[in-house]
Structures are given as C-alpha cells and as structure tokens.
Write a protein that binds this ligand. Structure first.
Ligand code: ADP
Ligand code: MG
Length: 284
C-alpha cells in the first residue's frame, strides 16, 4: 500500500496520472532549469533480459545460477527480479542465516557455511575477489561463493518507449538533462548518447547521486530529479522537485517525493511541466 493520502489531485494534473503534494511543487516546476534522471527503471524498463551466462572455467552454469538466484531472491531490485525470473528453476539455497542488500552495489547472502555475493565489480573487489574484465555494453552481475569467483551474468535492459521523446522535449524547452547511475560508464554512455542527454555520471552510490544534486542546487540551479523509487529517497528529498514513479517505488521514496507519477512513463515530466506552465498560481 502506498501512502498517497497527502497528495492532492490538482485537477488537470491528476487526470493525467500526476499527483502533487501541494500546488507549490507544481509551481516550482516552472523554475526548473535542470532535469536529473536515474537510469535503471526510470529511463530504462528495469526489466532485464539475461543475454548470457558466463561461468568461471571450472564452474558449471547450473552452479552459477543456483548461487545467483539464491542470493537475489530476497531483493526487490529490477536486476534481482530478472535474474530470479530467468533462473528460478535453480533456486536451492533457501536456508540462509542472513541477507544484506548493499545499496547501489548488489547483495550478500550468508548461508550456514558459505557467503554468496552477487553484484558489480566494486562489490566483489571490496571482498577481495578478483574478477575478470568482461567486455559488454550491458550490465554485468558478478557472482562469488566465499572467495571463489563463480562467474557472471550479462543482462540487457531496454530503453522505455517514451525515453527518447522525453529528452527531446526537455531539450526543446531548454532544460539541461543529466543522467545519474550506479551502473558502469560504458552502459551509461550508451544510454546517454542514444537519448542525447547532456551530462552523464556513472558508478555512483546513492549518496553520490545526492551530492551531485545538492552541488547543482548550491550553484543556483533549480533541479527536478526523476527516479523509480528504488534507493532514491535521499535524492528525491534533496531535489528542488523530487519526482518518483508510484507503481514500483517504496513507501519511503513516495514520502520523500513532491510529485508522484502513477505510471512508469518518464514523459509525464513533460506533461507536468506543460500543466505547470498553464496553471495560474495564486500570488501569496
Ligand atoms: P541505477 O543507478 O542505474 O538505478 P543502482 O544504483 O540501483 O542502479 O545499482 C547500481 C549497480 O549496482 C547496478 O548497475 C548493479 O551493477 C549493482 N546492483 C545493484 N543492486 C543489485 C542486485 N540486487 N544484484 C546485482 N547487482 C546489483
Ligand atoms: Mg535506480
């Protein structure tokens, strides 16, 4: 259940699936000069398809998937859901002692005698595990058991159908567009160059996304941040106008948002700006 009670449907906006916490936030959209986007689940579908499963030399594909699915089972992240959907037949280690989600990096699962990691290179390196360099424009999830590297899963995420229109329309309105992502540089650059996004920051932790937005604001910019609500709460709260997409975001993200879109279409930000531009706000 989503705590949407304190959002008002501002006539025209709510009929477009745009919920606003107060008319002042709609009004603030008129002053926004910079629109910052999260990548996964915001501009991309967040529904990853497994492109290839790459076990380490002495490891079977089944073993790699067994540990990957077991580790990702408890996570709500779009990456985790896709791996579980792909490999659910391999789920085997359900007797875990503890489970940790490492925000912007991956997951760590403690079994009785084994520790399983699934996440990016940084996560595995932090645990002293060497990973090979994998040449891929997609998102690569590396998996390890104790100190043993088990292999990697290459997953592909598609751009949302309205992502291109969204950036094009914002460019026309003269807004600066920025992409922030925890994903690798090569994946981020592929998205930015396809969509014509002005500026790109990759391999960020959630707190680094927050810092980038705060720096823009302290430089005098009015910043709208649009995220899918996974790990986004601090950035949403810190932006001039924080916007999340209500159908997947967590309660915490929705509470931190000023505006919530009822669908997962980023183009709603263009509609919201058009509505804000046409609305007559009462002068206080
Ligand atoms: P984004 O900024 O694109 O929304 P996140 O900050 O959510 O991405 O995640 C950043 C990176 O951390 C991902 O690209 C992935 O490499 C890794 N990661 C995050 N969560 C998981 C997970 N559950 N399983 C594997 N890897 C993950
Ligand atoms: Mg995200």
């Amino acid at each position: 259940s989503v705590p949407l009670g304190f959002f008002s449907g501002l006539g025209n906006a709510s009929s477009h699936g745009i919920l606003v916490k107060g008319s002042n936030y709609l009004e603030a959209l008129n002053g926004v000069d910079t629109v910052v986007f999260d990548k996964t689940g915001t501009l991309t579908e967040g529904r990853f398809e497994v492109a290839s499963v790459m076990p380490a030399p002495t490891i079977s594909k089944e073993t790699l998937l067994e540990y990957a699915v077991s580790a990702e089972q408890g996570s709500n992240h779009p990456i985790a859901k896709s791996i579980v959907a792909y490999g659910k037949a391999y789920l085997s280690h359900t007797d875990h002692v503890s489970y940790h989600e490492i925000s912007g990096k991956g997951v760590l699962l403690n079994l009785n005698s084994e520790t399983v990691l699934a996440g990016n290179r940084i996560l595995l390196k932090e645990h002293g595990i060497d990973v090979p360099h994998i040449e891929s424009p997609y998102t690569v999830v590396y998996v390890a058991k104790n100190k043993t590297y088990l292999g990697a899963i290459d997953i592909r995420d598609a751009l949302k159908p309205d992502a291109g229109y969204t950036i094009q329309a914002l460019n026309k309105l003269g807004k600066k567009t920025i992409l922030l992502t925890g994903d690798r540089d090569i994946t981020a650059q592929a998205v930015s160059s396809t969509l014509n996004i002005n500026e790109t920051h990759s391999q960020l932790l959630p707190e680094e996304k927050y810092t980038i937005v705060q720096n823009l604001i302290s430089q005098g910019h009015k910043v709208a941040f649009l995220g899918d609500g996974i790990n986004d709460a601090p950035v949403l709260a810190g932006a001039t106008v924080g916007i999340s997409m209500g159908s997947i975001g967590s309660d915490a993200a929705i509470e931190a948002s000023d505006i919530v879109f009822m669908t997962d279409e980023p183009s709603k930000i263009v509609h919201a700006m058009q509505i804000a531009a046409k609305t007559k706000f009462i002068v206080k």
